[in-house]
Write a protein that binds this ligand. Sequence first.
Ligand code: NAD
Ligand code: WQD
Length: 344
Amino acid sequence: MTKSKVLVTGGVGYIGSHTTVELIKAGYDVVIVDNLSNSEISMLAGVERITDTRPIFELVDMTTLSDLEAIFKKHPEIESVIHFAAFKAVDESVENPVKYYRNNMISLLNLMRLMVKYKTKNLVFSSSCTVYGTPDELPVTEKSPIKKSVTPYGETKQMAERVIQDTVAANTHINSIALRYFNPIGAHSSGLIGELPLGIPGNLMPYITQTAIGKRSDLKVFGNDYDTPDGSAIRDYIHVVDLAKAHIAALKRLNESQNQSNFEVFNVGTGNGHSVIEVIQSFEKMSGIKLDYTITERRAGDIPKIWGSTKLANKGLNWHVEKTLDEMTESAWKWEQNLKKGFK
Ligand code: NAD
Ligand code: WQD
């Protein structure tokens, strides 16, 4: 039986590389397009060591339609697309909105144009819990209101969902699932692939591991006066491998025509919230390293707490998280130590 071919955009990146591993393990053929704007090609060596398979890699900037079209022509047997490629730094999107609107929207529009033209069947899209803004009720469900976005990054996710919804309504050969990720952290248990933040990390987990390894000395907890048990903000942290597996489950749903409409949305979190202090404590326990940190002012734009209901994904995707917070922090630490050894 020939293997089903999947185009993975942004497949060299953090979530894309972990998903590529799971796709290969599930028997898919993978073609990656990535322009390496926020990733390093060496990540594919890690994928290859884990799976014994080197996915096809095409150096393509998705904002150039003709370059992306060349991939559809070269690989006519592509049946499905998982679209990760985007810029994702929330603060940077506020400082440079045009960069974000241009990259995230033009990439998607080019992709949609080509999926229509080449009659591609399935699309799984990387959306984000950011579309819920500050939620009125917890946990957030897929029916929770979409709030007006406060950042250009968040706006690109809301607009992208709309673009996909409208495109598949008019082109019913395409079936799509948008996965709204909560906060992915951690790394593959092998320690061979993981997150590669460029510059000073904005996100909590890489800041913690870089502090522990000695690259940073000023870990801050942004606020301890929230209405939460320990006063620090709460998020729904999800292990990146659990998140990767949700993509395989989404593709299966589409391939087996189990979807109830040709645009569906699923939350992908754990259903549990953890505070910043809890993440730090878990890291300290799993690494045996005591972290120095200071409590500072709240970070502008942060919401106090969010976690998602995963009931719909549990049922509709037949997918459940397997990993604990301790496994998330432990694997993130293993990856950081391997990076120091020059592993990537
Ligand atoms: P990442 O930056 O590690 O991966 C994105 C990849 O896309 C990178 O390899 C980058 O080089 C590539 N890319 C960007 N623009 C491109 C273009 N024009 N053409 C080709 N390649 C391009 O990010 P990630 O954390 O793996 O995130 C993947 C997706 O998930 C993004 O769409 C992001 O918005 C979304 N998401 C991420 C998080 C998170 O916390 N990491 C949370 C929710 C949603
Ligand atoms: C987590 C918590 C911080 C750093 C972002 C995007 C969101 C989604 C996921 C893409 C917060 C606190 C952080 C630090 C800290 N991405 N913190 N000290 O902001 O929940 O979500 O990534 O779609 O859209 O906004 O993640 O990791 O930055 O922060 O105290 O040095 O850790 O205040 O409470 P966030 P984060």
